[in-house]
Design a protein around this ligand. Structure first.
Ligand code: NAD
Length: 528
């Protein structure tokens, strides 16, 4: 492991090259040939089609079935946890170095299939190509980063030593980790939580989002191909009830969850219960929703701010937890900013994820489209719509699929739910504020604190916002999405999460227990 090169991020595809673009079309055609994919439950070495099944479909063309997945049951959850409990000690015993080799093998498996995996994300989650490629790269990054970090962590930490005493601080795996993931980064998020748990010597039961079982299947195949024993990584495709069964299972030690606030709160409550015979407290690692604000100061460079705000709000149809949802702009430049953002949004292209010209793809499913449209109606009622995009070319949105127009609303009443609740879709609001201090007061009143942005030139203003922002990830004079492993450790504060920093040096600590050992080395009268 010591001769491994330093970690560096997987380079993204150069989509401007014609040869790369041709590769995308071929990969999509090849993936289409294989659809629908069969996704079994994989419980240890057992691969079972399941007695009931469900389907994932293309959000841009819902009649296209992408995967037919076994619908795992609560009994399956119990069986998977039992197998993981038996496998965990052996997986822990092989040491971080051997486990790292398996994760690096999984990274290699993904790397060899990059285009095919991106194409699958285009179909299953309507991720546009650049986003889909970025997600595959991030999954590879997590494997590479945590593999190295776990080897370093296994060495323990240096403690103060005094004569006659040897002090040691080491980290040991917690046991069985239930990983419960969302669909919006269908490979990278389950991969990050799973890789961290496995690298530190835990066994994992993965319950991916019901919207993206095919992407999760590929992740488990990669890990097993890399050398993770089947007993240490099980896959349970299914719905919330399987996730809940894992959370309640007394054999689970850690729950790594990424998803919405309501589900996260339910998990925190359920995990607090100690079942009869359970001899540990469950730990919940929760990464939840956001309502991310961008502050625009009066001296901001609008040439920089406008495109960054528009891409942060509308890339992947606003379905990133880090997406910009609210702009708080100094009233001195508010009219100009509103006019320029509105102009940029009116010409955004709404279209299929598979088309490289698309700015805004469809949202994930019908219920999401209904939710976003409901908030758009509320925004119209509580304020004014200053731009509606996607209708420029031929006067309408594509017909099939869960398309929602990108919308900018301004001057909403202060008590509008659109300003408080996570919309998770292509809807951006703009509010006028007196100055940056007033914007900071708004931030202070918010329950969420995930990402945030600031556009300003004055170093004193930048310093003030850096010091006073409650958010977990602040971006200054750039877009607020696109955290990179090793460069922007990612995760929110307040109700946005338990303060984890995925892709950063502290993340693995959530999956281990510290053990301090002090030995008296005087050995009075002992024969050794
Ligand atoms: P969700 O909460 O609806 O579902 C997430 C997962 O939880 C799914 O696998 C689902 O089946 C499972 N689940 C549902 N009910 C459950 C229960 N009672 N017990 C256990 N598991 C249960 O979220 P989603 O719609 O898949 O994802 C979107 C949400 O995720 C947004 O709120 C977004 O902000 C958030 N998110 C946060 C981050 C972050 O890093 N903070 C990253 C991505 C997404």
């Amino acid at each position: 492991m010591t001769d491994l090169p330093e970690f560096s991020n997987e380079p993204i595809l150069e989509l401007r090259r014609a040869s790369v673009r041709a590769g995308l079309a071929d990969a999509l055609a090849a993936v289409d040939e294989t659809l629908p994919l069969e996704v079994p439950a994989m419980i240890g070495g057992e691969v079972t089609p399941g007695s009931a099944s469900f389907e994932s479909s293309d959000p841009g063309e819902p009649s296209r079935v992408v995967a037919r997945a076994a619908r795992a049951t609560e009994d399956d959850a119990r069986a998977a946890v039992a197998i993981a409990s038996r496998a965990a000690p052996g997986w822990a015993a092989i040491g971080a170095e051997a486990r790292a080799q398996a994760l690096l093998g999984a990274a290699e498996w993904l790397r060899a299939r990059r285009l095919e995996l991106a194409a699958l994300e285009v179909r299953e989650c309507a991720k546009p190509w650049p986003e889909a490629d970025g997600d595959v790269c991030e999954a590879i990054d997590f494997l590479e980063y945590y593999a190295r970090a776990a080897v370093a962590l296994e060495a323990g930490r240096t403690l103060l030593q005094v004569p006659g005493e040897r002090n040691e601080l080491r980290y040991v795996p917690r046991g069985v980790v239930a990983v419960i993931s969302p669909w919006n980064f269908p490979l990278a998020i389950p991969c990050g939580m799973t890789a961290a748990a496995l690298a530190t010597g835990n066994a994992v039961v993965l319950k991916p989002a019901e919207q993206s079982p095919a992407c999760a299947l590929r992740l488990v195949q990669a890990l097993r191909a890399g050398g993770v024993p089947p007993e240490a990584i099980s896959l349970l495709p299914g719905f919330g009830e399987v996730g809940a069964a894992l959370v309640h299972d007394p054999g689970v030690h850690t729950i790594a969850f990424t998803g919405s606030l309501p589900v996260g709160l339910e998990i925190v409550r359920a995990a607090a219960e100690v079942a009869p015979g359970q001899r540990h407290l469950k730990r919940v690692v929760a990464e939840l929703g956001g309502k991310n604000c961008v502050i625009v100061a009066s001296d901001a460079d609008l040439d920089e701010a406008v495109p960054a705000i528009v891409s942060s709000a509308f890339v992947y149809a606003g379905q990133k937890c880090s997406a910009a949802a609210r702009v708080l702009v100094d009233e001195a430049i508010a009219d100009t900013l509103i006019e320029r953002v509105a102009g940029a949004v009116r010409v955004l292209v709404v279209g299929q994820a598979s088309s490289l010209g698309t700015d805004v793809p469809p949202v994930i499913e019908e219920a999401a489209a209904e939710r976003v449209n409901g908030y758009a109606e509320m925004a119209e009622r509580d304020g004014r719509i200053v731009a509606r995009g996607g209708e420029a070319a031929d006067g309408g949105l594509p017909e099939a699929g869960w398309f929602c127009p990108p919308i900018v609303a301004a001057d909403l009443a202060g008590d509008s739910p659109v300003l408080r609740e996570e919309v998770f879709g292509p809807l951006l609001t703009i509010e006028r504020v007196r100055d940056v201090d007033a914007a900071l007061e708004v931030l202070d009143g918010l329950p969420f604190a995930l990402t945030g942005g600031l556009f300003a030139r004055d170093p004193a203003v930048i310093r003030k916002v850096r010091e006073r922002t409650p958010v977990g990830n602040l971006y200054v004079n750039r877009g607020i999405t696109g955290a990179m492993v090793g460069r922007q450790p990612f995760g929110g504060n307040r109700l946005s999460g338990t303060g984890t920093k995925a892709g950063g040096p502290d993340y693995l600590l959530h999956f281990v227990e510290p053990r301090a050992v002090t030995e008296n080395t005087m050995r009075h009268g002992l024969v050794v």
